[in-house]
Design a protein around this ligand. Structure first.
Ligand code: IMP
Length: 217
């Protein structure tokens, strides 16, 4: 079976990718010993910059393999698209007294969700629009081959709902099927999510590139 390595240690993301890849007959695996490799600092100003940086750096450790890295987050219109690239550290001011871009560790989902709820406290339902964004970069031996973007539009609730998923899923209401992302099964999430959309674009590109002369195909 063809194999693609994903540069993430987040089991929620791996689950999302594996669901979509199964239908294409592609095996998804994490990068071996990812935790022991030097951490890639996600200091880009855009999702694209961070995804490329991670894919390029990690692909150097596994020559001959396609490495996919993602950067993703929640953009809230009423918060000028924050948390955005700072989604994983949004609660840093609350927990560490530092701005998210200065923080050296992720903050936990509960604290991140609490900050979003606080920032949106007086924002009425019709103005609580936002989207999840996911950008994937596929790299081989230190070079980005292509990037893919997926988005999904939703509404930020005023309290969490559902227990599946991770991150901001319990606050993200998806009107199309009247559920939050934390109320979706893994299959439903991969069908509707930003990560699913970006990954399907990657899979189409991967199928079309199979006969390319690149060393990783
Ligand atoms: P990354 O690991 O730097 O891409 O950080 C992404 C952060 O954005 C995560 O820690 C979550 O807080 C949030 N996020 C991204 N995708 C999702 C999703 O599918 N559901 C919920 N939260 C997400």
């Amino acid at each position: 079976m063809r194999r693609v390595l994903i540069a993430t240690s987040n089991p929620g993301k791996l689950r999302d990718f594996a669901g979509a890849a199964r239908a294409h007959g592609i095996e998804i695996a994490g990068i071996p010993n990812l935790a022991s490799l030097p951490t890639v600092v996600e200091d880009g100003a855009t999702f694209e910059q961070n995804a490329r940086k991670k894919a390029e750096e990690y692909s150097r450790y596994v020559p001959g393999e396609i490495v996919v890295a993602d950067d993703s987050g929640l953009e809230v219109d009423a918060l000028n698209d924050e948390p955005g690239v700072h989604s994983a550290r949004y609660a840093a001011p609350d927990l560490h007294g530092k701005q998210p871009h200065e923080a050296d560790a992720n903050t936990d989902d509960e604290a991140n969700n609490a900050r979003v709820l606080r920032e949106l406290k007086n924002v009425p339902p019709e103005k609580r629009t936002g989207r999840f964004v996911c950008v994937l970069a596929a790299a081989c031996e230190g070079k980005t081959l292509a990037t893919f973007r997926g988005t999904v539009e939703g509404i930020i609730l005023d309290m969490p709902r559902g227990t599946n998923g991770f991150g901001y899923d319990p606050l993200f209401y998806f009107p199309q099927i009247r559920k939050t992302f934390a109320e979706l099964s893994a299959e439903e999430k991969s069908r509707h999510s930003h990560r699913g959309a970006a990954f399907r674009a990657f899979l189409d590109w991967y199928d079309q590139s199979l006969h390319s002369s690149d060393a990783c195909f």
